[in-house]
Ligand binder design. Structure first.
Ligand SMILES: Nc1ncnc2c1ncn2[C@@H]1O[C@H](COP(=O)(O)OP(=O)(O)O)[C@@H](O)[C@H]1O
Ligand SMILES: [Mg+2]
Length: 402
């Protein structure tokens, strides 16, 4: 029997549309000789849907859950079940509601960008349900999504990041001038202001003076309660490298140099340039980047080290900035679920997208098998000896144990 692969995408995230593009693209490339591809779309309200029509990009131009062929589903959380359930309302006068199985998923391929999907939340749900899933686990996903935690993590590991400070919405609301002077004192200008938990350049802006900083902070706080302000580089050379693997088995891809038309890559450049259905794959870039071998090797080694430190799984993309003046390299961020799953970087290395998907699924199953090797059955005598007394609530003296 073919493997049942649930491709899950969408979700309550500013990057839902980007996720739809990445997912529809992936579903077209997956090997249908090996897999039954079951689309699972989470809409902006958090409702889950399945159905063949969800493989078609046109379904999302004006998404209507009442479209023929779309079924509302929910996941069975019982350990190892992997079932997608639906409520059969029955028909006729004596109709009885019944919960039935819409599909059984062997492995989930997570194609989500941003909050409620790339950030560890969905990964946590699949850990709880004990079903294999592609993408990094809960901890790495959460750290990778939060630009503040990520910077602290990398800095703690001795990896090169730009200096930064961060604030909460409350802090900025109460003392905007203190925030501005802290930035000026600690970082100077220019700075880049970023909501802690977003991607795709949403809410990110550059500020060259106090006035711009205030505007940038206001914008960023619309998207998140916590905002990072980072020392800015002038026209850095951006370099991106993907890593594919799991637990010691890692490979680094060729390096791309994305080209920015503007000051920096914004959402429009990333996703709307060229043909709007190609996602990250349509961005203008130089691939492989025309850099010296020594820099290339350094970036690849750093990328694999980061992958290991964050216990990543499947395919990630790590972005860097190379400062033309100091000739230093800095980590910009890690994307634990990169746009278009970074397939174009692997294709450049001679690996077809189909093979990349096979590998992601393989690593998902390996990680799941490793998990089942853990001992969950450690028994102590703690319950056997626990007692709240025999008189019920009135006379209870609290638990007694050795
Ligand atoms: N400190 C910085 N100096 C110069 N450019 C920056 C800096 N930080 C970000 N940028 C520019 O902004 C873009 C988006 O920033 P990034 O941190 O990657 O956010 P996102 O998660 O939204 O992609 C980067 O690709 C780069 O072009
Ligand atoms: Mg980025």
């Amino acid at each position: 029997m073919k493997k049942q692969i649930g491709v899950i995408f969408g979700s309550r995230s500013c990057e839902r549309e980007v996720s739809i593009i990445s997912a529809v693209q992936l579903m077209r490339y997956a090997d249908t000789e090996k897999y039954d591809i079951i689309p699972v779309y989470i809409d902006e309200n958090g409702s889950w849907y399945t159905g063949e029509v969800l493989k078609d990009i046109r379904t999302f131009k004006n998404f209507n859950p009442d479209t023929k062929g779309i079924r509302k589903v929910f996941p069975d959380l019982e350990s190892g079940s992997g079932a997608l359930l639906y409520l059969n309302r029955g028909s006729g006068l004596l109709a009885k509601e019944k919960i039935e199985i819409a599909a059984r998923i062997d492995v989930y391929v997570i194609v989500m960008h941003g909050m409620n999907g790339e950030d560890g939340t969905l990964q946590g749900l699949f850990e709880l349900a004990n079903v294999p899933y592609t993408s990094t686990g809960v901890t790495g996903s959460a750290i990778g999504m939060d630009k503040i935690a990520m910077k602290q993590f990398f800095r703690g590991a001795g990896l090169p990041v730009l200096p930064g400070v961060w604030f909460t919405r409350r802090e900025f609301g109460e003392k905007p001038d203190a925030v501005v002077s802290e930035v000026a004192g600690k970082l100077g200008y220019p700075v880049f202001v970023k909501p802690a938990n977003l991607g795709s350049s949403i809410g990110v802006s550059r500020a060259d003076n106090e006035e711009e900083l205030k505007d940038a902070l206001e914008l960023a706080f619309e998207y998140d309660r916590r905002v990072l302000v980072e020392k800015g580089l002038d026209k850095p050379i951006e370099l991106n490298c993907s890593v594919l693997g799991y637990d010691g088995e890692t490979a680094a891809s060729p390096i791309e140099m994305p080209l920015n038309h503007d000051e920096f890559l914004d959402f429009r450049d990333k996703y709307l340039g060229g043909n709007g259905t190609k996602g990250m794959a349509s961005l203008s870039r130089v691939l492989p980047a025309p850099i010296e071998d020594s820099l290339k090797e350094k970036v690849q080694a750093l990328s694999r080290e980061i992958f290991r430190l964050m216990d990543c799984k499947g395919v990630v993309r790590i972005d860097y900035m190379f400062d033309r003046i100091s000739e230093e390299i800095y980590i910009t961020e890690i994307n634990t679920i990169p746009g278009s799953l970074a397939f174009y970087l692997w294709e450049n290395d001679g690996m077809p997208y189909k093979t990349l998907i096979d590998k992601m699924i393989d690593y998902a199953e390996k990680a799941h098998a490793d998990k089942t090797r853990n001992n969950y059955a450690y028994n102590s005598d703690i319950l056997k000896n626990a007692s709240f007394g025999t008189k019920g609530a009135k006379g209870a003296k609290g638990a007694k144990h050795a």
